[in-house]
Design a protein around this ligand. Structure first.
Ligand SMILES: Cc1cc2nc3c(=O)[nH]c(=O)nc-3n(C[C@H](O)[C@H](O)[C@H](O)COP(=O)(O)OP(=O)(O)OC[C@H]3O[C@@H](n4cnc5c(N)ncnc54)[C@H](O)[C@@H]3O)c2cc1C
Length: 390
């Protein structure tokens, strides 16, 4: 793979409308008064922070989002692969029963339906397609695992069914080469989302409910003070608030590097998202918005891009195997992102103080868990503040 023609970013900026891009613009906190007072300060304007902001604003709390970057969508939420997938980053069969992670499966499934529903509302810019997702088994071991996974998902009241290679081929309109596929697990509710459109919708709704979102507002410290906290930004602004939500995302303190690329290609409309059931291959393929976006694989070393070409070449070669019509075609976009990942990384809300919650563990699959936890943080804090008032 030559790197000459490849654009080093995700395709979302190029495929977003001017309207969507305009909602991602932020006023700089530089121009604001030196000291601001709110019920709650939300640190970080990604999926998790904006979900929280929207929920707080709708619950009637005065909220401010402090985003380090000059605009939205510059963190993980604007650089992901655009797969809308319920659950957490592990098979449901591996998730400890009765754990808070197990509960996130049903919560993210409900959130998935909500997003699909919201996309139908007039004020929504959300571009999402419920095309389904297929997990493809190319070995007997993987096929047996898929059987167990399908059973476990059905037991958890999630939609899943086993389908044949011929059905995979039909659903993809012949786009995918199924000659090595033994069977597949079809997840009919999953889909492809344009991440910028979701971020823009949440930002727009939060603002319309009175929330303020500032850019160039990197938070340097959160200190307890009478009745709440004093939050300070690196450019000397001070925010006095009763509660704090930290939603700084997985790009802070990275432990690995994740890779993605995208080919501009026409794909049959009905083609589902797909991935290989073999855990050691694990690339996700996401058709939509005029591209085939590919992400995942083994994680590289953070802080260096010198192996990017190697990783991207492997991903491109794997794509060529699944999609013979792309043989010899190079990707148009290829990007790498340093992020915090760990095998047991589970999305969770962690209390850092009274009415100070941190949303953590959103690694490589965090859109729906981020939306769930963001909203949950807002509900917990609003309830707690109301209790304190009594
Ligand atoms: C290449 C790639 C592909 C992925 N593919 C998918 C996928 O297909 N589907 C899926 O569900 N998930 C996917 N993910 C994961 C998903 O993108 C993340 O889990 C999710 O976006 C995390 O949202 P967040 O709000 O926690 O983080 P972010 O979007 O990173 O938001 C955090 C924000 O906090 C800001 N910030 C950080 N520190 C401070 C500070 N001190 N003060 C103020 N602001 C601060 C950052 O600038 C950032 O904007 C992928 C991730 C990557 C990198």
């Amino acid at each position: 793979m030559s790197s000459v023609a490849v654009i080093n970013q995700a395709p979302w900026r190029d495929t977003a409308s001017e309207n969507v891009l305009s909602h991602l613009q932020l006023p700089s906190i530089e121009g604001m008064a030196d000291s601001l007072v709110y019920d709650v300060a939300i640190i970080g304007g990604g999926m998790a922070g904006l979900s929280s902001a929207q929920a707080f604003a709708q619950l009637g709390a005065s909220a401010v989002v402090l985003e380090a970057q000059p605009a939205l969508a510059l963190g993980a939420s604007g650089r992901n692969a655009g797969i809308l997938c319920a659950g957490i980053n592990m098979p449901i069969t591996y998730t400890p029963k009765g754990s808070s992670a197990a509960e996130l499966w049903s919560a993210t499934q409900r959130k998935l339906f909500e997003v699909l529903e919201e996309a139908r509302e007039q004020s929504s810019f959300i571009d999402v397609k419920r095309v389904g997702a297929m997990c493809l088994a190319t070995s007997k071991t993987a096929a047996a695992r898929l059987k167990r996974e399908t059973k476990a998902r059905l037991a958890a009241c999630m939609s899943a069914e086993l389908i044949t290679a011929a059905e995979v081929s039909k659903l993809s309109g012949g786009f995918i080469d199924v000659s090595n596929v033994l069977s597949a697990m079809m997840l009919p509710d999953e889909g492809a989302i344009h991440p910028f459109t979701l971020l823009a919708t949440m930002a727009n709704r939060a603002r319309r409910s009175g929330c303020q979102i500032y850019g160039e507002a990197r938070v340097e410290s959160v200190e307890p003070s009478t009745g709440g906290y004093i939050v300070k930004t690196s450019n000397g602004k001070t925010i006095q608030c009763r509660a704090v939500v930290s939603a700084v995302g997985p790009l802070e303190a990275p432990t690995g590097r994740i890779f993605a690329l995208a080919f501009k290609v026409e794909i049959p409309e009905s083609c589902p998202v797909w991935w290989d059931a073999n855990p050691y291959i694990y690339y996700d393929y996401r058709p939509g918005n005029g591209c085939l976006t590919v992400s995942g694989g083994r994680y590289g070393t953070p802080g260096t891009s010198k192996f990017d070409l190697q990783y991207h070449s492997k991903m491109a070669a794997a794509t060529h195997q699944w999609v013979p019509s792309l043989a010899g075609v190079e990707p148009d976009y290829a990007w790498g992102v340093d992020l915090h990942v760990a095998p047991d990384l589970l999305p969770e809300l962690v209390a850092l103080g009274d009415n100070w919650l941190s949303i953590q563990g959103l690694g490589a699959l965090g859109v729906l868990p981020g939306l769930v936890l963001g909203e949950r943080a807002a509900k917990q804090i609003t309830t707690s503040l109301a209790l304190c008032k009594k």
